[in-house]
Ligand binder design. Sequence first.
Ligand code: ADP
Ligand code: MN
Length: 341
Amino acid sequence: MSDLTNTQALATQVGGHAGVTTTEDGSLLIKPALPRELEFYQKLQGDSALDELRAFIPNFIGTLRLEGQVDPAHPDLAEGIVLQQTAATDQKDMSLFLFLSMSFVNSIVLENLSYPFLKPNILDIKLGTILYDETADEEKVARMIKTARETTSLETGVRLTGFQVYDNVTSLPVNTPKSYGKSIRADQLGEGIAKFFPVGTPVPTDAAAVPAPSSGLPRETLVPILRAIRDEVALVREVFSEIEMRMVGGSLLVIYEADWARAEEGIKRYLADDDEEEEEEEEADDEENASKRPGPPFVVKLIDFAHTRFVPGQGPDEGVLLGMDTVLKLLDARLKDIEAS
Ligand code: ADP
Ligand code: MN
């Protein structure tokens, strides 16, 4: 079990507010709990109608609350940090459980999606055309409508919130902040996607001849990873279109491996596993073998449900679906571009 008393800021955070931390080993992520987000994760746990959606959302480990005395000057030194693991809660217990947890819970604990990667390239794409929820006051509604109109959000349903891409020379992540995504027009989204999916060239071993910093995977690795990411986004879209919810301010988080050897091996294994599954129903994978495997070559998930709610009978979130369609077009265009070059 991860040590929950010794946390640090999430180094790989590419968007959002400060306050996201990880456990010491980096495997789990701790985010201050807002009632809506907690409610969302609780419902996701207990509702079998959401089984398919759950596959595209980080694993929910549980909630954290502080017990006993907390010195306000040193809240990190609090002794009684209690992890409430999620139990398979049945509907009848749900409202009481929600009431209790929302009264005391400080944080939610999630799977850190970047943890299995050696060098995670990470992109946070904010989805949707409406960036305020129904509890926002008049002033906030006006401000968020203006923000959507002045950025790519209203027209395309996406905004590039932020991303990090590893530099092949320094082996360090290079961050593009949210000011970039806020400043570009819809017709420049393709450039942004190209920055996140650059085609890499080999790094010279001769230190005297260091070229301009280069990032990205070789095209023969990048192309199949891009295709697989594209297919995954199409799956997310399909599942999401069946669910009646409003996801305000949520994101699609795309991560892929920037380490050349890992990425190449990962995508080969991914494609081989895919073939196997088609032939024979998954043969009992012995657990020991599975745990030795390196991480996946990529991951695509929905994150940030601080302003998400379910709206039975009102249909899917059209603004978010528009955003997913935009992402699909951008990925198709990037693939075409690379293949033509
Ligand atoms: P906020 O409400 O502050 O926007 P988010 O849930 O969007 O919070 O998280 C902020 C950032 O933290 C994201 O942009 C992403 O970089 C990172 N992040 C969030 N959830 C995860 C996760 N489960 N795994 C890895 N990184 C995450
Ligand atoms: Mn966010």
